[in-house]
Design a protein around this ligand. Sequence first.
Ligand SMILES: *[C@@H]1O[C@H](CO)[C@@H](O)[C@H](O)[C@H]1NC(C)=O
Ligand SMILES: *[C@@H]1O[C@H](CO)[C@@H](O)[C@H](O)[C@H]1NC(C)=O
Length: 399
Amino acid sequence: MDVFVALFTLYLLSSAVTAADDFSVALNRRREQPTAGLCANVIQRFGFPCSEHTAPTKDGYILGLQRVASASGKSFGPPVLLIHGLFMAGDAWFMDSPNQSLGFILANRGFDVWVGNVRGTRWSHGHVSIPEKDKKFWDWSWQELALYDLGEMIHYVYSITNSKLFVVGHSQGTIMSLAAFTQPDIVKMVEAAALLCPISYLEHITAPFVLRLVKMHLDEAILDMGIHELNLKSNWGTRIMDMMCDGQLDCDDLLASITGKNCCFNSSRIASYLEFEPHPTSSKNLHHLFQMIRKGTFSLYDYGIWKNLMQYNQLKPPVFDLSSIPNSLPIWMGYGGNDALADVADVQHTLKELKSKPNVLYLENYGHLDFLVSTKSKEDVYDSMVSFFISLGETFSSY
Ligand SMILES: *[C@@H]1O[C@H](CO)[C@@H](O)[C@H](O)[C@H]1NC(C)=O
Ligand SMILES: *[C@@H]1O[C@H](CO)[C@@H](O)[C@H](O)[C@H]1NC(C)=O
């Protein structure tokens, strides 16, 4: 049984003697929940005005959001909501200098920047009644992140600004966006969307490390072991990461074997990225993502036929129908030829099913992380995205 292989591997990993190196030191630095929020920890340090907001979801999670204005304090442009990827949170948009990071660039271009943080990340604030230690707290996957978390964030920004908003997603943030945009009550609040490394189908991913975990059924093994929170900064998570990084793979290679070869990634910044990354997610979420890889579907969580019958009244989970995203929603997409997660074939599949013809930017040498942290992402990616938003006829009183 593959599950036993996976369990045995996990056992070996967790009992491996670990040697300290820069990587584990950096990873360990932020075990605990930081006391101050993302504004104080990151954004204000660069001189940008920033305020903390909270929004409760229908199912009781208290999400953290940040609102960022330009360094000059002026922000008159339309609202834009940034939604991060898996194992990340809102800090993902502020990891490099103000000249390089999308969050700062948008604020300086006069956008009213809102930063989303999904449930379970360090910048969100738990649940109204369920403690984080409780396994029920982690009983969700990206479908709840799409329908509840993203739905609520969009609604929150819409109701405060009284304006339709732009949505920018990266990776899992695009899975969430595409799923949410199939819902008429959510998409009606969205002006346009920009999707970096767009994912709906995961059938063709090539990342060797991920495929290995899928093959050994790591997702099912950790659920069977009663691990519901997937926190790579926890004791066992750190040990696994250390092992991988000290062993045959160095961390550059590990990243490449997860994300694809990043052309323009500055590896001397890894330790600084790891101050906050990776953020926790749920094991159930990993399982849902692995289901997509195994089955090639873009659908709700698969509980198995009996529980599907109870949950959905059908044997298979319902699919998210990309063709129900309104043709009138302008979409911009940036994707890369070296992206091992958002594979070109899967992006083509997504494009084929959408009714609209998105504006696409294809960068042959870009990997999955380049779209966030390439040293040239402003020139290569963000300038084109911002031009797209501006071309939609929004007026900017500050620029
Ligand atoms: C950012 O860009 C401006 C002008 O383009 C330049 O003057 C400044 O030195 C840059 N700052 C950093 C931190 O690179
Ligand atoms: C790479 O990161 C290091 C450390 O932060 C920095 O000193 C260097 O200027 C960066 N290089 C580029 C090309 O951004």
